[in-house]
Design a protein around this ligand. Structure first.
Ligand SMILES: O=C(O)CCC(=O)C(=O)O
Ligand SMILES: [Fe+2]
Length: 418
């Protein structure tokens, strides 16, 4: 609700005070949010069938200040324009995307700013110098993956809703069954059903909209050619499983990663504060047995440091998607050493999430992450092995699917600070 309220308030203010369209302003604000950071490489951790480690090579990176200047990548946008627009019923009414389309079409497409800097070698370019998506093995054009089903009431949506209804009649998902809210281990906190339905809906719509544009969703692969069992899009900085580095271009189309929407970051910060509240309570309870243990605000911050995300990896898992046990270790060594947390939002179908000290599924603990859950792991838990073993079909909130037509599957956003 806080997210929705802030969003409406900000948009109303901008609409009332601005002579230019809100989406334009939002993008400018977004640019201003990004700060320049000196970065160095993280260490590495690779496993078969898992997300490999993200070894930074000591390069200096910074979230691109103009990461949402979509005109730079007009070629890439044009190729995906079929999947945007009014044919998506209520989505088409969203002013931002329509404005975005016309801006993209009327943009000068000047690729000089794009330059040759940092463009991955395998990204193809047209004669005019515009980038476009890599064709698949069969040479077919690959448009960004649409996390939502198109058509107002097409049969796939109806089938999905019907199955969901049947499933939800038979299966109960009480919070206790899926693992309760609270401190799972030092530095690891689960906030159950933390994101309101309204905010989940906005999140899906926003991710869909960004995901269809430059730097949008694609199916990443590893160096050995194997594909991850998910669709991915990176915001702020791009993480490439093939190079295992953070870079400032998407390998799918050579475009700069889109910015992280300000509302997402606000929710991350509020979630960390609320996690601190839980950690504080946890301390108070332990004090009953251990009076010497004093829990102050500062050591709550030591257990789970605060962070300002400049990276968001957005994953979409279809119902047979998964992600092997891995560690998130490619952020800067400064960030890793401080234990700055990874904050994870789950939306859509529930998933079985494994975590533990070793890369061994038999030794890992399991928790079910449901739509609206926020999982935070930092401090002593920053280096845990974790992964997604399965997505539970038809477990998403029905109203979320009705409102967004999110495909069967799960959307996951992990925020980090480089
Ligand atoms: O989907 C999830 O819950 C985890 C995602 C993840 O671990 C990652 O993107 O590094
Ligand atoms: Fe991860």
């Amino acid at each position: 609700m806080v997210f929705m309220y802030r969003l409406i308030k900000a948009k109303t203010f901008l609409l009332l005070t601005s002579p230019v369209p809100v989406p334009y302003i939002s993008r400018q604000i977004c640019s201003g949010l990004l700060s320049i950071r000196k970065m160095n490489g993280g260490k590495d951790s690779v496993s078969e069938d898992s997300m490999p480690g993200r070894g930074g090579a000591g390069i200096k990176l910074r979230p691109s200040p103009d990461c949402i200047d979509r005109r730079e990548c007009r070629g890439a946008v044009e190729t995906s324009s079929d999947s945007l627009g009014v044919r998506h019923g209520s989505f088409g009414k969203r002013r931002s995307r329509i404005d975005l389309r016309s801006e993209q079409r009327s943009g000068d497409g000047n690729s000089s700013k794009f330059g040759n800097k940092n463009i991955p070698a395998h990204v193809k370019r047209s004669k005019s110098g515009q980038s476009y998506r890599k064709p698949d093995e069969g040479g077919n054009h690959v448009a960004p993956f649409d996390i939502c089903l198109s058509g107002s009431r097409d049969s796939a949506v109806l089938k999905s809703l019907q199955e969901m209804e049947e499933n939800q009649e038979n299966v109960e998902h009480p919070i206790e069954e899926s693992g309760g809210q609270g401190v799972l281990r030092p530095g690891m906190v689960l906030l159950k059903r933390y994101i309101s339905l309204g905010d989940q809906i906005e999140m899906v719509k926003t991710c869909r909209e960004i995901g269809l544009g430059p730097g949008g969703f694609y199916r990443p692969g590893y160096k050995n050619g194997a594909k991850l069992r998910l669709q991915m899009m990176c915001l702020g900085l791009n993480w490439d499983p093939e190079t295992r580095k953070y870079e400032d271009r998407s390998p799918a189309d050579g475009c700069k990663p889109p910015c992280i929407p300000r509302e997402f970051n606000q929710l991350v910060e509020t979630a960390i504060q609320d996690a601190h509240g839980l950690l504080g309570k946890d301390c108070t309870l332990s004090n009953v047995e251990d009076v010497l243990k004093v829990c102050t605000l500062s050591n709550v911050e030591d257990m789970l440091p605060t962070m300002s995300p400049d990276i968001c990896i957005v994953n979409f898992y279809t119902t047979n998607g998964r992600l092997g046990l891995h560690q998130d270790r490619d952020e800067s060594s400064e960030s890793l050493d401080k234990g700055l947390p990874v904050v994870s939002f789950s939306v859509g179908d529930s998933a079985e999430f494994l975590y533990g000290d070793q890369r061994d599924v038999n030794k890992a603990d399991k928790v079910v992450l449901e739509s609206g859950d926020v999982l935070i792991f930092g401090g002593k838990s920053r280096h845990i092995f974790h992964g997604v073993t399965s997505v539970i079909p038809n477990s998403a909130p029905k109203a979320l699917i009705e409102e967004t037509r999110l495909r069967p599957g799960r959307l996951n956003l992990t925020f980090r600070q480089y």
